[in-house]
Design a protein around this ligand. Structure first.
Ligand SMILES: [Zn+2]
Length: 285
C-alpha cells in the first residue's frame, strides 16, 4: 500500500507529467471504486489537470474548475502511468483497472486494484474535505514540532504501533513505515503510547522524521513504475521476516494478526524477547 512517501512521489510525478494537459476521457471500469456521483466522472473531460498533491495517504489530482479527483489506494491499489493509452474505454469488470484517465497527448493513468478485496476508493469532489477520510485526518507528522508530536501521543492507552497508524492521530503512516519507525526508535510496537518517557518520545519523534524524510527523498523523482521496488529496497524490518536485521544481525520476526502482520527486531526493539503471536486479534488501527 502506498503510504505518505509513495503518495508524495506519485503526486510529484503526476504534477510533472500531467499538469497542463486536458482530460480526453475518464472511465470507471469498476463502478464500486467510484464513491461519488455528483459531479459525475465525465465532468473532468475537456478540463486541464492543474497539478497533484497529497492529504495523508490520499492522492489529490487537481482539475481545472475547482475539481479534485481524490484517490485512496487501500492495501492493493496503485497508479500506473502510461505514455500511450487506448482511446477506447477499459472493459467493465475485467482485470484490475478501476478508473482510467486519458489525456490529450494520449498518455494517462490507470487506477488499479489487485486481488479480490475491492477497497480502492475514488472521489470526485469540489473540496477535498468532502472526502470523509480526509476530514478526519490528523496532522502531517513531518510538519509537527517535537512538542506537538508529544501532545498527539499523550494520554493514549493504545499500543504505539496502532497509534502511529491511526490516521486521525497522524496522517500518512501505514503498516510498513510504522514498522520502520519503531525499529529506528528501538521501541516495541506494543509499548503504550501514553506511557512513553520524554526520552522515548524524543526517539520516536526523531525516528518518524528521519524514516519518513529519507523515504520521501528516495521516492520523489521516481516514476510510478519504479516506486514499489524503491520502497522495498529501503526497508529494514517490514516484510523482511526471517532475514537479518541490518543494524544488529538478529533475525527479523513477525507477529501475525487476523488481518495483517508486523515485523520487528527482538534485539533492537524488545530486549531480545520475542513477542507473542496474536492471530486471533486485529491490529488496532
Ligand atoms: Zn536489530
Amino acid at each position: 500500500m502506498p503510504e505518505l512517501p509513495e503518495v508524495a512521489a506519485l503526486a510529484a510525478y503526476l504534477s510533472d507529467r500531467a499538469a497542463g494537459h486536458l482530460v480526453d476521457r475518464a472511465d470507471a471500469a469498476a463502478i464500486s471504486a467510484l464513491k461519488t456521483y455528483d459531479p459525475p466522472l465525465s465532468a473532468v473531460v475537456g478540463r486541464a489537470v492543474t497539478g497533484a498533491g497529497r492529504h495523508g495517504k490520499f492522492l489529490d489530482v487537481g482539475i481545472d474548475g475547482g475539481l479534485h479527483l481524490v484517490v485512496h489506494f487501500s492495501r492493493a491499489g496503485w497508479l500506473h502511468y502510461r505514455d500511450s493509452l487506448p482511446s477506447t474505454p477499459p472493459r467493465p469488470g475485467k482485470g484490475p483497472i478501476a478508473v482510467r484517465v486519458r489525456l490529450d497527448d494520449g498518455s494517462g493513468f490507470d487506477l488499479t486494484e489487485a486481488g479480490t478485496q475491492k477497497r480502492l476508493a475514488v472521489y470526485l469532489v469540489t473540496d477535498p474535505a468532502q472526502v470523509p477520510g480526509i476530514a478526519r485526518l490528523g496532522p502531517d507528522p513531518l510538519e509537527l514540532s517535537r512538542d506537538e508530536f508529544a501532545a498527539r501521543l499523550a494520554g493514549r492507552r493504545h499500543q504505539v504501533k496502532g497509534v502511529l497508524t491511526d490516521q486521525t492521530v497522524f496522517a500518512g503512516i501505514g503498516n510498513a513505515y510504522s514498522d520502520e519507525i519503531l525499529h529506528a526508535a528501538k521501541m516495541s510496537p506494543f509499548a503504550l503510547a501514553g506511557k512513553l518517557s520524554d526520552e522515548e518520545v524524543d526517539r520516536l519523534y526523531e525516528a518518524t522524521r528521519s524514516v519518513l524524510g529519507a523515504a520521501v527523498t528516495r521516492a520523489v523523482g521516481q516514476k510510478a513504475a519504479t516506486l514499489k521496488g524503491e520502497k522495498r529496497s529501503g526497508l529494514a524490518v517490514h516484510a523482511r521476516a526471517g532475514l537479518p536485521c541490518p543494524v544488529c544481525g538478529d533475525t527479523v520476526r513477525t507477529v501475525s494478526f487476523s488481518d495483517s502482520s508486523l515485523q520487528y527486531c527482538p534485539t533492537c526493539q524488545t530486549s531480545g524477547r520475542p513477542l507473542a503471536d496474536r492471530r486471533m486479534s486485529k491490529l488496532l488501527k
